[in-house]
Design a protein around this ligand. Structure first.
Ligand SMILES: [Zn+2]
Length: 88
């Protein structure tokens, strides 16, 4: 198999995207309400790297960029303090 991305990066991006989907099932652009995005995982170097790992979504329609720290997003999902995790 020849993967264009290394497997670890691809898996981490996939995990982060799944977290975003779980936290916000109807994830839409805050500006134009589009649901089509480019996704990118930003992995910093250094001691606090895991805290500052970030998933970035770029709206394909208007270019609005939104970012979430993946560690905090995971914590929020576990503590069920997000709208997507309750049965409203
Ligand atoms: Zn947009």
């Amino acid at each position: 198999m020849n993967e264009p991305l290394d497997e670890t990066s691809a898996a981490r991006l996939h995990d982060a995207a799944m977290m975003l989907e779980e936290a916000f099932p109807d994830y839409r652009c805050l500006r134009c309400r589009s649901d089509r995005f480019l996704l990118r995982l930003l992995v910093p170097q250094g001691a606090d790297a895991d805290v500052f790992e970030t998933i970035e979504t770029t709206c394909k329609r208007c270019g609005m960029v939104e970012t979430h720290r993946t560690r905090l997003l995971a914590d929020a999902i576990l503590s069920e303090h997000l709208p997507g995790s309750s049965d409203v």
